[in-house]
Design a protein around this ligand. Structure first.
Ligand SMILES: CC(C)(COP(=O)(O)OP(=O)(O)OC[C@H]1O[C@@H](n2cnc3c(N)ncnc32)[C@H](O)[C@@H]1OP(=O)(O)O)[C@@H](O)C(=O)NCCC(=O)NCCS
Length: 195
């Protein structure tokens, strides 16, 4: 069942994020601090824009997948700069950590900003991740459609998202759903779709 995000789902956002963080594969053993993935890629959506967040659950009520949307990427980034990143910047020393931890701590101190060349026509963005038992059978599509409908109903004309260049499964999935490539470098593809 797909339902709206609830504040009590926050821990599940962290868990799902790290378990899918390595280009769609489990990243749990790749980081020392298991919360870093959720800090960088997931928690801010539940905390700051819960109205565009949805989860999928089985009968036990425990979320096994999420879609986390931001209606206006520029406004969302500004809100994170004002309210979200400073808290984490106070918790993690700049330049600390090793390996992937260090990279993620670097992202806390230098959060990425999407250029206006993308956000002008595709102002919204989202993150979509499902744990393996929830993948397939149309669950990703259903979650995506829930978020796209909500963003469109709130006036968005277009949506973009970033995908690791190594995540061939997700790239195939998004192409199948009609996303077009807006930008690509060896690490990341930025895809977009009109709403
Ligand atoms: C990528 C992901 C979101 C896709 O969700 P999913 O539940 O596995 O996919 P669905 O079952 O909803 O597939 C929907 C449609 O896409 C098609 N599809 C799925 N993967 C595809 C692929 N690699 N290539 C082409 N088509 C694909 C399905 O056949 C289905 O087609 P239909 O609806 O026309 O019958 C999910 O597998 C996932 O969360 N993976 C791990 C985390 C991840 O990689 N997240 C993306 C980060 S950017």
């Amino acid at each position: 069942m797909i339902r709206a995000y609830r504040p009590t789902d926050l821990d599940r956002l962290y868990e799902i994020c790290v378990r899918t963080g390595a280009s769609g594969q489990d990243a749990y053993d790749l980081v020392t601090d298991k919360n870093l993935f959720g800090h960088v890629f997931a928690a801010q959506y539940g905390l700051l824009e819960p109205e565009h967040a949805f989860v999928i659950e089985h009968d036990d009520g425990v979320a096994g997948g999420y879609v986390l949307g931001a209606l206006d990427t520029n406004a969302f980034e500004a809100k994170c700069t004002a309210e979200y990143w400073p808290v984490l910047q106070g918790q993690y020393v700049a330049g600390s950590g090793q390996g992937l931890d260090a990279m993620l701590i670097g992202m806390i101190h230098n959060p990425s900003r999407m250029p206006s060349s993308i956000t002008e026509d595709y102002p919204s963005h989202l993150h979509l991740d499902l744990l393996p038992p929830f993948q397939g059978g149309g669950n990703g599509r259903k979650l995506m459609e829930s978020c796209m409908e909500a963003l469109k109903a709130d006036g968005s004309p277009g949506l973009h998202l970033g995908v690791s260049a190594q995540n061939k499964r997700a790239l195939g999935f998004y192409a199948h759903l009609g996303f077009q490539e807006l930008h690509a470098n060896p690490m990341v593809h930025v895809l977009g779709i009109r709403l």
